[in-house]
Design a protein around this ligand. Structure first.
Ligand SMILES: NC(=O)c1ccc[n+]([C@@H]2O[C@H](COP(=O)([O-])OP(=O)(O)OC[C@H]3O[C@@H](n4cnc5c(N)ncnc54)[C@H](O)[C@@H]3O)[C@@H](O)[C@H]2O)c1
Ligand SMILES: [Zn+2]
Ligand SMILES: [Zn+2]
Length: 349
């Protein structure tokens, strides 16, 4: 088959590789019909994720048809259309028993396109298929469903739920990339009074406005003042960090109100300063997290009922074999306007 293979920092190519097969009785092999590229894949290509070995097939967000299952798989069979989650789960370890699948100790967690071959390929082997894939209802299109493999559960769990968004809250979302935009969409499920989006890039702020932000402000144009003005000087009830650089985390600590929540989603490569000299007295709660994807079934039910706008984030589609071009488009959003790009295999429904 063909797949996008990582060849070390700055290098990847669409190569001929062996087809994956069943290695363990809990595995499924899925034919990839829709797959997307994640900001984390760009981190890998920059060399920020040294655990990824040369020769690994990248990608951890896909939809496709099951073509083969191991003898222990009970809940899916060949012919089923499924969502392949970015997180696999053994279901047996201490963390899986608490639905903290991201922390799985039994060979799951974020393994696809990281520690084992991933989904930017014609076929992908998925370990622990019973807990790691989700059968899809006809009412959810593949190119929408693929948004549920990572960005929506990440934004909802690590941003909105960890941040404890409640009705009437003011929510500041720092960073309006795909994750920040999905945080805006899923925060609205909880009826906040207002959502304020902060980014450096004007097109991203316009996308935030279209997807439900009530106010938008450039990071360079005094977001602290706007957030203070809009909240009678209190600050945001919840600040969601969706960038992954020290400045955006530190901004969250300045705009949150006393007693408020800071929910960090961003993957950080450098230390940020925690200003305890200001924060010790503010009663703030700071959370961090890797997505567990434990809310995927809930988000899928909402999408199936037409209550979740998934399609607005897909700005570009390509045939699967145009993977390298899709990476170029996704990695230059200032020029391309890309939010999420989706690649479709020849058998995509
Ligand atoms: N915790 C998890 O489980 C998890 C899962 C997936 C992704 N992530 C991480 O979430 C983060 C966001 O992902 P994404 O795909 O939306 O990334 P992205 O790079 O597409 O978007 C980041 C946005 O932040 C903006 N930005 C940059 N510097 C800024 C600043 N100082 N202030 C305000 N905005 C700024 C950029 O203009 C961009 O629009 C990344 O760090 C990604 O690796 C975390
Ligand atoms: Zn991802
Ligand atoms: Zn586990």
């Amino acid at each position: 088959m063909k797949a996008l293979v990582y060849h070390g920092p700055g290098q990847s190519s669409w190569d001929q590789v062996p087809d994956p097969g069943i290695k363990d009785a809990a595995d499924a092999v899925v034919r990839v019909d829709a797959v997307t590229i994640c900001g984390t894949d760009l981190h890998i290509l920059k060399g920020d994720v040294p655990d990824v070995a040369t020769g690994t097939v990248l990608g951890h967000e896909a939809v496709g048809e099951v073509v083969e299952v191991g003898g222990d798989v009970r809940t899916v069979r060949p012919g089923d259309r499924v969502l392949v989650s970015c997180i696999c789960a053994c279901g047996r370890c201490r963390f899986c028993k608490e639905a903290r699948y991201g922390q799985c100790l039994g060979g799951g967690g974020w393994v696809l396109g990281h520690l084992i071959d991933g989904a930017q390929a014609e076929y992908v082997r998925v370990p622990f298929a019973d807990l790691s894939v989700h059968p899809l209802p006809h009412s959810v299109a593949s190119n929408d469903a693929v948004m549920l493999a990572d960005i929506f559960p990440t934004a909802y769990e690590v941003g909105v739920l960890n941040g404890a968004v409640r009705p009437g809250d003011t929510v500041a979302v720092i960073g309006a990339g795909p994750i920040g935009l999905a945080a805006i969409i899923t925060a609205r499920l909880l009826s906040p009074a207002r959502i304020i989006a902060v980014d450096l890039a004007e097109p991203r702020l316009q996308a935030a406005r279209q997807l439900g932000a009530d106010a938008i402000v450039k990071a360079s144009e005094g977001p602290e003042d706007l957030i203070s003005d809009l909240t009678d000087g209190f600050g945001a009830d919840v600040a969601i960090e969706a960038v992954g650089v020290p400045e955006s985390f530190e901004l969250c600590t300045r705009v949150v109100r006393p007693g408020g929540h800071i929910a960090n989603i961003g993957v950080h490569g450098k230390p940020a300063t925690l200003h305890l000299e200001d924060l010790w007295i503010k009663d703030v709660t700071i959370t961090t997290g890797l997505v567990d994807t434990c809310t995927t079934p809930v988000l899928l039910r909402m999408a199936s009922a037409g209550r979740l706008d998934l399609s607005s984030l897909v700005t570009h589609t390509f045939p699967l074999e145009h993977m390298e071009e899709a990476y170029d488009v996704f990695s230059t959003p200032a020029d391309s306007g890309a939010l999420k790009v989706v690649l479709n295999g020849p058998a995509a429904p």
